[in-house]
Write a protein that binds this ligand. Structure first.
Ligand SMILES: Cc1cc2nc3c(=O)[nH]c(=O)nc-3n(C[C@H](O)[C@H](O)[C@H](O)COP(=O)(O)OP(=O)(O)OC[C@H]3O[C@@H](n4cnc5c(N)ncnc54)[C@H](O)[C@@H]3O)c2cc1C
Length: 462
């Protein structure tokens, strides 16, 4: 029988890789994990966590403004970018250590360096070679920037957390969630923000009402949105950068340009093709429902497979892989991962929270759908002086009465939608929503008090 150095060799110490390595080691497998950079991957170092910390920071500006109507007075506090950066960096270093510690205490071997695949059972890290019964690739993704004149002057989301100095004038290119979040965050922190998007609406893939509503609210909060606009060139100026827009009359003078125009899977320089691992048209690793690649001993999950690129999805996939590889020994039945009703939030100001189908997708999937929609000024803003409005929307499949879409643009939308996602996963019907007592006075109670549909369902399945 062939013997290996390890049962499982994980390449990439991000959300998915760390979870898989830790779970497998806890089940007694001999596990190694190779990571070339800081432990924790995108989410911990340049994604979810620092982004959310900065979003908290940005919200203090509006909270201070809004406090006046509640009787608070005094000089406006002054924001210190250096303090925020330093405190964030300390917290991220703490988290890097926690991830390292979790792996070590589970018994996994941590190997520092760039790993490449030699064959289905062999990994090379720098000059050392290791063998494993199974290999898991969890190398994540990377921002991608189109070829544009002056590309050397731009930054991507990876650099946004440590910009020096603070960009007083920021131009954000893109309309996806990362572009919208950074536009909102830097606007809240005090920058003048222009967001340039070649499409006509933000947040492709989200419900159309949400897409329109969030743009109105972001603009209300101060972000200057330019739709149907593409950057022609970026050039150096005496005091910053100039950004020319295709067909535009004037150029924008800014201090920094963020391109948040998409991410690509980290599949190059890994030796994948020569080892026999197939990539799809997007350059992502092709996997089956068990996350097994075209090379049967090699598995892949998370952003490198370019499916739903979210940390909790990578974590969920990691646990499915570990159950698949080691479940029998732990008495676990093999299972597959469901991608239906995955909730998600966009940390714009105000937040977006969503679970289930958009109205357009629900109509395609179910045909007859009833829509409930509320658009209102929250109680807090009766005194805050803010004009911010909240959108809440439910989509109900007429045939079953099941709530198949739930969308919100408003404060803490992510926190609110997480709870409703459980109900929707459990198949809650509109009748169950209606029979649920609200918590008064909250914004969330609106989801259980919507009685009047706003649109009649169309006659036939699209
Ligand atoms: C700005 C931003 C904000 C985000 N916000 C959210 C959010 O709010 N909520 C959410 O759910 N998701 C968010 N995400 C997405 C989330 O970060 C990713 O979906 C998640 O990190 C994917 O995990 P992963 O394990 O697939 O890869 P990653 O976390 O990217 O980890 C991959 C790791 O592999 C390492 N690596 C790559 N190649 C090699 C190699 N050859 N050898 C050794 N190591 C290697 C990398 O250094 C990295 O540490 C955000 C992403 C970004 C960019």
């Amino acid at each position: 029988m062939q013997t290996f150095d390890f049962d499982l060799f994980v390449i990439g110490g991000g959300s998915g890789g760390v979870r898989a390595a830790r779970m497998a080691a806890q089940r007694g497998a001999r596990v190694a994990l190779a990571e070339v950079a800081a432990m924790g991957g995108t989410c911990v170092n340049v994604g979810c966590i620092p982004k959310k910390l900065y979003s908290y920071a940005a919200h203090y500006a509006e909270s201070f403004e809004e406090s006046h109507g509640f009787g608070w007075a005094g000089e406006a506090p002054v924001f210190n970018w250096e303090v925020l950066k330093t405190n964030r960096a300390k917290e991220i270093t703490r988290l890097n250590g926690i991830y390292q510690g979790l792996l070590a205490s589970a018994g996994a071997t941590i190997i520092t360096g760039w790993a490449t695949l030699v064959d289905g059972h062999t990994v090379k890290v720098d000059e050392k070679t290791f063998t494993a019964k199974n290999i898991l690739i969890a190398t994540g993704g990377t921002p991608t920037v189109p070829a544009v004149t002056g590309r050397e002057h731009i930054v991507t989301s990876d650099q946004m957390f440590d910009l020096a100095p603070f960009p007083k004038r920021l131009l954000v290119v893109g309309g996806g969630y990362i572009a919208c979040e950074f536009a909102s965050i830097f606007n809240g922190l005090g920058a003048e923000v222009i967001q340039v998007h070649r499409g006509e609406k933000l947040l492709t893939g989200f419900d159309d009402d949400v897409r329109s509503f969030v743009a109105v609210e972001m603009a209300r909060s101060g972000v200057r949105l330019q739709f149907g606009a593409e950057v022609a060139a970026i050039g150096k100026a005496a005091d910053g950068l100039t950004v020319e827009i295709k067909g535009g009359a004037a150029a924008f003078a800014v201090d920094a340009v963020l391109y948040a125009t998409g991410r690509v899977p980290n599949t190059s320089g890994l030796g994948l093709e020569s080892a026999g691992v197939k990539l799809n048209a997007k350059g992502a690793i092709e996997v089956n429902s068990h996350y097994q690649s075209s090379l049967p001993s090699v598995y892949a999950l998370g952003d490198v497979t370019a499916r739903l690129q979210l940390t909790p999805v990578a974590l969920g996939e990691a646990m499915v892989v570990v159950d698949h590889l080691l479940g029998a020994a732990a008495g676990k039945k093999p299972r597959s991962m469901s991608y239906e009703f995955v909730p998600t939030a966009v940390f714009t100001h105000p937040n977006v929270g969503t679970v289930g189908y958009s109205e357009a997708d629900a109509r395609k999937e179910f045909g007859q759908v009833t829509v409930f929609r509320a658009d209102f000024k929250a109680l807090k803003h009766t005194l805050s002086g803010s004009g911010e409005r909240t959108l809440m929307k439910l989509l109900v499949d007429d045939a079953t009465d099941r709530v198949v879409g739930l969308h919100m643009v408003g404060p803490d939308a992510g926190e609110i939608v997480q709870g409703f996602a459980v109900a929707m996963k459990a198949g809650a019907t509109k009748a169950v929503f209606d029979s649920t007592i609200g918590i008064h006075p909250t914004v969330a109670e609106e989801f259980v008090t919507m009685r009047e549909p706003v649109k009649a369902a169309p006659a036939s399945k699209a």
